[in-house]
Design a protein around this ligand. Structure first.
Ligand code: IPM
Ligand code: MG
Length: 370
């Protein structure tokens, strides 16, 4: 198979973790006889430094011409600490999501037995944790009108959703639930917010088309608690943009490290794959960041290309590093391996196991992107 992958390194640890993923994808190409061609675009603080624009038009063109996008991370402290900055790195990612209509952000959360001791939760709560968050990504408060009064004393962010915006992500989530344990939880704040009441109404309507899926409804404050107390309860979680942002970071503590979680953002055009972690500027350039969130995002990219055996090979290699203690500093502050060392171990595992194609497609960390 020949595929073109647009790579955006982004900021902070973005370049170093993404480089490991490229190496892993090259190993997959070598082992399975594919050809992946990479094109490069810039975004975020990196792009602001180079062009003044967090998302230059050329980057959008590069992304649209590719079969998938692999993205690192975004953000720089010099903007975080300056609330008056007019141009911000994150605007680049938000604009890219909007331009490519990446309306569904898919964030799988599952725990690894070898890492359970790292979670602040007791192991008994971590058993059978395997859920997927479908976060709406191009609407809501992130994209509503933003205002700051002339005197600088009042600000507002408008949260708007249309029926259409809710329907398209809800259908994906229901279809995904059908392939899993057939359970969907809508997380909202319908006791307070009009937008949430619309979400509930639309999801109730759509649910009738998916009668094999059991639906439950949960207020976001309760969901924040349940995700920690009874994480195994969840299968597919459907939610709006900001609730999904918050709940997914919260859910990452179940796994033991935010550095492990991958994500896929899909819409009608090119899909984008990125770890859910941020740019972790304190670690940038130190070769200590965890590359597995990015590498597992590359596995999701392979699933998206329907290369499920290849994706499984990547996940097996990742699980092998974790269960053998080849882990980064976020996981083990004492005995740890560098970003590049872990990338190489994953890569070598993939090459070394050539010819041993696993038929284990249903393992708990596998996922098929719609
Ligand atoms: C994420 C990030 C982004 C978001 C930021 C960097 C704009 O936190 O992808 O979860 O809030 O969506
Ligand atoms: Mg986030």
């Amino acid at each position: 198979m020949e595929k073109k992958i647009a790579v955006i390194f982004g900021d902070g640890i973005g370049p170093e973790v993404t480089r490991q993923s490229i190496q892993v994808l090259n190993a997959v190409a070598q082992r399975f006889g594919h050809s992946f061609q990479y094109t490069y675009g810039i975004m975020g603080a990196d792009a602001i430094d180079k062009t003044g624009n967090p998302l230059p038009d050329e980057t959008i063109t590069t992304c649209l011409a590719a079969d998938a996008i692999l993205f690192g991370a975004i953000g720089h402290p010099k903007y975080d600490n300056d609330p008056t900055a007019k141009v911000r790195p994150e605007q680049g990612l938000l604009k890219l999501r909007k331009e490519l209509q990446l309306f569904a952000n898919i964030r799988p959360v599952s725990t690894y037995p070898s890492l359970q001791h790292l979670s602040p939760l007791k192991s008994k709560h971590l058993k059978d944790v395997d859920f997927v968050i479908f976060r709406e990504l191009t609407g809501g408060i992130y994209f509503g009108k933003k205002e700051l009064s002339d005197d600088g004393l009042t600000a507002s962010d408008l949260c708007t959703y249309s029926k259409y915006e809710i329907e398209r992500v809800a259908h994906l989530a229901f279809q995904y639930a059908q392939k899993r344990r057939k359970k969907l939880t809508l997380v909202d704040k319908a006791n307070v917010l009009e937008t949430s009441r619309l979400w509930r109404k639309v999801v109730q309507e759509i649910a009738q088309q998916y009668s094999d899926v059991t639906v439950d409804y949960m207020f976001v404050d309760n969901a924040a608690m349940q995700v920690i107390q009874f994480p195994a309860h969840f299968d597919v979680v459907l939610t709006e943009n900001m609730f999904g942002d918050i709940i997914s970071d919260e859910a990452s503590v179940l796994t033991g490290s935010l550095g492990l979680l991958p994500s896929a953002s899909v819409g009608n055009q090119t899909a984008l794959f990125e770890p859910i972690h941020g740019s972790y500027p304190q670690a940038a350039g130190k070769d200590i960041a965890n590359p597995l969130g990015s590498i597992l995002s590359a596995a999701m990219l392979l699933d998206y290309f329907q290369l499920n055996t290849e994706a499984t090979a990547v996940r097996e290699a990742v699980e092998w590093t974790l269960s053998n203690g080849f882990v980064s500093k976020d996981i083990d502050p004492v005995n740890n391996y560098s970003t590049t060392a872990i990338g190489e171990l994953v890569t070598e595992h993939i090459i070394r196991h050539a010819g041993e194609e696993s038929s284990n497609h249903g393992n708990q960390h596998s996922s098929t992107i719609i």
